[in-house]
Design a protein around this ligand. Structure first.
Ligand code: ADP
Ligand code: MG
Length: 701
C-alpha cells in the first residue's frame, strides 16, 4: 500500500489552483498529470529581479525593478500606436509603453500621481529610458515580492511562464516531509540536503550556477531517482535468482550437429558466449543474462545454441522479438536448421487467430513444439507451455522489466524457473545498461564474423539531392537494393509518416518512368500485414527501393541491400544511425551509407557524423553518443524501453549511478526485507518513483 504521506504526490494536477480545464491538458502534456510530475519539472533558467537601480542608473537591456511615481497617461491618438505612461523618480523620467493596452486596466494598476513598482527590461528610445510591457507591476508594499529571483520553467505553447510557475508553486506547497532514506554518513559526505529541502532549493535557483546538474540539491534528487531504479532492479533480480533454477544440462548432441551444419566456423566471441550461457543453464541458479552484440555480430546463432541446449535437456524454449517482422524473420532463419535437426519450431504472433491459433496452442501445451518464436503475443494468458525452461528475448530495447518477468512466469513452478537470455542489438554503454538491467550477467560479442567490410559512410548536403537520386538509380540498375530512410520529426509518427509518404511520391516521379514500379513504402503506422507485405516485396526483389521510417531499424535482414540513404541524418541518434547502417552490406557485397544532412551543422552534429564515418565499432559509437548528447537521447528514449529519468542525467550523474548500485546492494545485504527504519524509508522512495511493483517481491517468492 502506498504510504499516506505520498498521497499528495499522486493527486491530479487539476486539484491545483489555477490549473483548470483549459490549462491542465497543456501542463499535463508538458510535465505530466500528477502533482509530483510538477515537482520533477525543474527550472531551466531564471530571471533575477533583484537589481533595483534608480531610473538614471538603470543599465539598458538588463532586467530592473524600479520604484517610480506615475505622472500622466497618454492613450494612443490613433489605433495601433502604443499607450504611453510617463513616470519619474528622483533621478529622471521613464516612459512605460503598452501595445494594445487596455485603458481601464492600466488606469487601475498605474493610477496617476501614485507610487508604483515595475519590473522589466529597460531600453533606450531616442536616448530616453523606457520600459515596454513591464513583466510585473505592484504597489510599494509589494516591492519585496517583486524584486526576487524567479525560476523559469521549460514551457509549451499556450502556457504563460508566470501561470506555469504559479501552478508549480502550488504543487510544491503540497510536497511533504519524508523520512530520510539515504545513509546518513553518505549524505553527510556528499553534503546533500534532505529530500524536501533539496526539492525546494532545486526550484529556487539564485544564479545560473544553481541550474547545473552538479549542484547539491539536483545531485540529491538525481541520486534518489537512481537509487529507486537500482533498488527496484535488484529486488526483481534477486527474486528471479532466488526462485531456484533448474539445471538444464544438455548432452550437446544438437549443438554438435548444428556446428557441422553451419557453413562457417563460430567466432571466438560466439563460442565464449555459448559457454557462458551453457554454464548458467547447467547450474541450479536462475539464468539472467544479457547478450550484447553489435549489429551483425551473430547473436542469433548464440540464441539458437542456447535453445538447443534447452531442447537437449528435454524442455521447450521461446524466442520473443519486438515486432512481427522480426519474429517472422527469426523463425525463417531458424526453421531450416531446426528442420535438419529434427526439431519442431512454430511462430505465434498477434495475427494468429481462431482455429489455427488454438491448434498451435494445443500442440504447445502438449509438448509438440520445441521452439516457439513470437512477439509479445507469447505473453497472452492462454499461452501455456508444456515445459518452458528458456526464454530468449530479442529485445532491441523495446521490452520492459515487467514483460521479461511475464514470460519468465510461464515456466512450471514445480520444475523451477525459466532461464532468461536477453539479446540487445544496440551496444549500450555500461552506465545505460546498468539502469535498464541492473547488474545482469553480460556476455559480449565483441568480434564480428570475418570478411565484413565496413560500410562506406559519407555525408552529403541535402542540396545535392539530385546526386543522391542518381546514385540510387545506379544501384538499382546494377541489380542491387536500396533503403531510403526518412527523418524522425519530433518523434511524432504523423509527421514522420508525411515526410516518408512525400518522399515516396517524389522518388516514384523521379525514378519509375525509367525503372518501372520498383519503389515500396513502409512505416510504423501501417497494419502489420501491410508492413510485412512491403518488407517481403523488398526482400524478394519485387521492389528495389524501400522508402521507410525507422521501422526498418530493428534487425531486418535483406542481404541484397547495398545502399542506405538516411535523410536528415543530423536528427537521428548515433546509435540509431549505426543500427540503420547495419542494414546494408550484409550479403557479401560492400555496403554504402549516405548521411544526408540539412546544414548548417552545429559542432555536435558534425562531431557525431565524423565518429560514424570513422568507426564501425558500435560500442565506441554508443559511448561517444552518450558523451556528446546525454543519455536521454542516446537511444531515443521513447522507443528505448530504458527508464525515462526525470531528474538524473546519466551524462552528468554517471558516477552517482554506480554509487546507487553499490548502495542498493549493501542495503539489501543488510536488510533484505527493507524492514528496518531505513528500509521503511526506502519503501517510500520506491513508491515515490513508482517502482513499487518491486516491493511485492519482498514478501512473495
Ligand atoms: P545480429 O543478430 O547479431 O545482428 P545475426 O545473428 O543476424 O547478427 O548475424 C548476422 C549474419 O552473420 C547472419 O547472416 C549470420 O548468418 C551470419 N553469421 C553469424 N555467425 C557467423 C559466423 N561465425 N561466421 C560467419 N557468418 C556468421
Ligand atoms: Mg539479429
Amino acid at each position: 500500500m502506498r504510504p499516506e504521506s505520498l498521497f499528495p504526490a499522486f493527486v491530479p494536477i487539476t486539484s491545483l489552483k489555477g490549473c483548470g480545464p483549459r490549462l491542465a491538458p497543456l501542463v499535463e502534456k508538458l510535465a505530466g498529470g500528477r502533482v509530483q510530475d510538477l515537482w520533477w519539472h525543474l527550472p531551466a533558467g531564471l530571471i533575477d529581479r533583484r537589481y533595483r537601480p534608480s531610473i538614471a542608473e538603470a543599465e539598458p537591456g538588463r532586467i530592473a525593478t524600479i520604484t517610480l511615481t506615475i505622472d500622466r497617461h497618454q492613450p494612443p491618438r490613433m489605433p495601433r500606436l502604443p499607450y504611453r505612461i510617463t513616470a519619474h523618480d528622483g533621478s529622471g523620467e521613464l516612459t512605460l509603453v503598452f501595445f494594445n493596452g487596455r485603458e481601464d486596466f492600466l488606469k487601475r494598476s498605474l493610477p496617476e500621481g501614485e507610487i508604483r513598482v515595475v519590473s522589466g527590461t529597460i531600453e533606450l528610445f531616442d536616448g530616453r529610458p523606457q520600459m515596454t510591457h513591464p513583466d510585473r507591476i505592484g504597489t510599494l508594499e509589494e516591492s519585496d515580492q517583486l524584486a526576487t529571483v524567479e525560476p523559469v520553467y521549460p514551457l509549451t505553447a499556450g502556457l504563460a511562464p508566470r501561470t506555469l510557475a504559479k501552478i508549480i508553486d502550488g504543487a510544491l506547497a503540497k510536497a511533504p516531509e519524508l523520512p530520510e532514506w539515504l545513509d546518513p554518513a553518505y549524505q553527510k559526505k556528499q553534503g546533500w540536503p534532505g529530500w524536501h529541502a533539496a526539492l525546494m532549493m532545486a526550484h529556487r535557483p539564485e544564479s545560473q550556477a544553481d541550474l547545473e546538474p552538479s549542484t547539491l540539491p539536483r545531485q540529491r534528487l538525481a541520486y534518489d531517482e537512481l537509487l529507486a531504479n537500482q533498488l527496484a532492479l535488484l529486488l526483481v533480480r534477486r527474486r528471479l535468482k532466488r526462485l531456484s533454477g533448474r539445471p538444464l544440462k544438455g548432452d550437446g548432441r544438437l549443438r554438435d550437429r548444428l556446428e557441422k551444419l553451419l557453413p562457417w566456423p563460430l567466432t571466438n566471441a560466439q563460442r565464449q558466449a555459448n559457454a557462458e550461457i551453457a554454464g548458467d543453464m547447467a547450474s541450479d541458479k536462475r539464468m539472467l543474462r544479457l547478450l550484447q552484440g553489435d549489429v551483425g555480430s551473430g547473436k542469433t546463432m548464440v540464441a539458437l545454441n542456447a535453445m538447443l541446449a534447452c531442447v537437449e535437456a528435454g524442455a521447450q524454449a521461446a524466442l520473443m522479438a519486438p515486432t512481427e517482422i522480426l519474429a517472422r524473420q527469426h523463425a525463417d532463419t531458424l526453421a531450416p536448421y531446426c528442420e535438419q535437426l529434427g526439431l519442431r519450431i512454430a511462430l505465434l504472433t498477434g495475427r494468429d487467430k481462431g482455429k489455427a491459433r488454438a491448434a498451435l496452442l494445443e500442440r504447445l501445451a502438449g509438448g509438440e513444439v520445441d521452439i516457439l518464436v513470437g512477439t509479445h503475443a507469447l505473453f497472452q494468458d492462454d499461452v501455456a507451455f508444456h515445459d518452458l525452461a528458456l526464454a530468449v528475448i530479442d529485445e532491441q530495447h523495446r521490452f520492459g522489466v515487467s514483460q521479461r518477468l511475464g514470460l519468465a512466469a510461464k515456466g512450471q513452478r514445480d520444475k523451477g524457473g525459466v532461464d532468461v537470455l536477453v539479446m540487445t542489438a544496440t551496444p549500450i554503454p555500461r552506465t545505460l545498461s546498468l539502469t535498464a538491467y541492473g547488474d545482469m550477467d553480460v556476455s559480449l560479442l565483441t568480434e564480428k564474423p570475418p570478411g565484413r567490410t565496413p560500410v562506406d559512410t559519407r555525408t552529403v548536403a541535402a542540396d545535392r539531392y539530385m546526386d543522391v537520386v542518381a546514385a540510387v538509380k545506379r544501384k538499382i540498375e546494377a541489380g542491387e537494393r536500396v533503403y531510403w530512410v526518412c527523418p524522425l520529426v519530433e518523434e511524432n509518427e504523423q509527421s514522420d509518416l508525411a515526410a516518408a509518404a512525400e518522399r515516396h511520391s517524389a522518388l516514384k516521379l523521379a525514378l519509375e518512368p525509367e525503372l518501372g514500379p520498383v519503389i515500396g513504402l513502409v512505416h510504423g503506422q501501417m497494419k502489420a500485414a501491410d508492413k510485412d507485405a512491403a518488407m517481403e516485396a523488398f526482400a524478394s526483389g519485387a521492389t528495389r527501393l524501400l522508402v521507410a521510417t525507422t521501422v526498418i531499424e530493428v534487425g531486418v535482414d535483406v542481404p541484397e541491400a547495398t545502399l542506405i540513404v538516411i535523410e536528415h541524418a543530423e536528427r537521428f541518434g548515433l546509435a540509431q544511425l549505426h543500427q540503420l547502417r547495419g542494414r546494408v552490406g550484409r550479403g557479401g557485397r560492400p555496403g554504402a551509407c549516405l548521411l544526408v544532412y540539412s546544414g548548417p551543422l552545429g559542432e555536435t552534429a558534425k562531431a557525431r557524423l565524423t565518429i560514424l564515418r570513422e568507426t564501425d565499432d558500435g560500442f565506441r559509437i554508443a559511448e561517444e553518443d552518450l558523451r556528446l548528447r546525454g543519455a536521454g537521447e542516446v537511444l531515443g528514449t521513447r522507443q528505448s524501453g530504458l527508464p525515462d529519468f526525470r531528474l538524473a542525467d546519466l551524462a552528468a550523474h554517471g558516477e552517482l549511478l554506480v554509487a546507487a548500485r553499490d548502495d542498493a546492494r549493501l542495503i539489501l545485504e543488510r536488510d533484505a526485507e527493507l524492514a528496518g527504519e531505513r528500509g521503511q524509508a526506502l519503501r517510500v522512495l520506491l513508491y515515490l518513483f513508482e517502482r513499487d511493483a518491486a516491493i511485492q517481491y519482498l514478501r512473495s517468492g
